[in-house]
Design a protein around this ligand. Structure first.
Ligand code: CP
Length: 337
């Protein structure tokens, strides 16, 4: 197979990582490879090939220690579309409530024969810790305020699908940058693929030294109205009330007045501006219903593409597992001759 860049070899042959822990670690080529494999799955789905065999005989465990609708459901569906068995673990009804530790919980589930573990946790670094203790591949489905790599990958995929390329686009991330793992993963992914990134919000919700993040830094603005006309893509991040320990702005009404996307701001924006939001959205806070459901919104495209991007990640990691297991077996056989 030859990809759009003319590189020989299948996407899976060129993938060489056991885990997906964040976009900070990945090269632009690796990110592009995941997106290209997702595009291939989308092409196949368009031809009616919705049930594939790429993960047949393997098991994927979803370990969610925080609530989720989109990420958990799409990982589960992605694994099923690739013919894997799935295990859905929910912290609230587990033996964690009897005092079992995070690592023991994961190791016990792995002992049932799990190949890949998808983990969401409120502590930054939880997936990295699991990767040190498990033989299974670990996929970060959101860790604390650190990273949410598959969310950023589906954002990149959706922008690329609508604009052809990320290179040269101005993408403004609006809202609660301080508490947002989606913002961090987006900053890494967008800058690696050549986009200009502006982070915009009240100064209390902009983390210190954020301008140094990403491949070549980001710009900071405290006025959405000032950056609107130069922005190609607006990604509206949710105010993460559950992670805030004090009041970061006077009122929700004031936040919506200065940073909410509404019909008036859409009229002042570029004619083809794309509106993204990772979800869940707070209608009337980050954006008004007419914007959420309007012609510039690609929010449901993001959800559709999330399934394809997660299929791509699961498939590439499993292919790497099989490739390295084969090499290991060959080395052992050679050693015993
Ligand atoms: N965007 C996102 O991660 O949504 P969920 O919390 O519903 O998974």
């Amino acid at each position: 197979m030859t990809d759009d860049n003319g590189d020989a070899g299948t996407f899976a042959e060129r993938w060489s990582r056991k885990h997906l822990l964040g976009l900070q670690d990945l090269t632009a080529e690796e990110i592009t490879l995941i997106l290209d494999q997702a595009a291939e799955f989308k092409r196949l789905a368009g031809e009616g090939e919705t049930k594939l065999s790429g993960l047949a005989g393997t098991t994927v465990a979803n370990l969610f220690f925080e609530p989720s609708t989109r990420t958990r459901t799409s990982f589960s569906l992605a694994a099923k579309r690739l013919s894997a068995d799935t295990v859905d673990f929910t912290a609230a009804s587990s033996s964690l409530t009897k005092g079992e530790t995070f690592i023991d919980t994961a190791r016990n589930i792995e002992a049932m024969g799990v190949d890949q573990v998808v983990v969401r946790h409120s502590s930054s670094g939880a997936p990295h810790l699991l990767a040190q203790h498990l033989d299974a591949s670990v996929i970060n489905a959101g860790d604390g305020m650190h990273e949410h790599p598959t969310q950023a990958l589906l954002d990149l995929f959706t922008i690329r699908e609508h604009r052809g390329s990320l290179k040269g686009l101005t993408v403004t991330l609006v809202g609660d940058i301080l508490h947002s793992r989606v913002a961090r993963s987006n900053i890494w992914g967008l800058t690696k693929l050549g986009a200009r990134v502006i982070v915009c919000g009240p100064s209390t919700l902009i983390p210190p030294h954020v301008e140094r993040l990403g491949e070549h830094g980001v710009e900071v603005s405290n006025s959405l109205d000032e950056v609107l006309s130069e922005t190609d893509v607006i990604n509206l991040l949710r105010i993460q009330f559950e992670r805030q320990r004090s009041a970061f702005f006077p009122s929700i009404r004031e936040y919506a007045h200065f940073f909410g996307m509404n019909g008036e701001r859409i009229r002042k924006a570029k004619k083809d501006v794309l509106i993204l939001a990772p979800g869940p959205i707070n209608r009337g806070v980050e954006l008004t219903p007419d914007v959420a459901d309007g012609p510039h919104s690609v929010i449901l495209d993001q959800v559709t593409n999330g399934l394809l991007v997660r299929m791509s990640v699961l498939f590439l990691l499993q292919q790497y597992r099989e490739k390295t297991a084969g090499l290991q077996t060959a080395a052992n056989t050679e050693g015993s001759l």
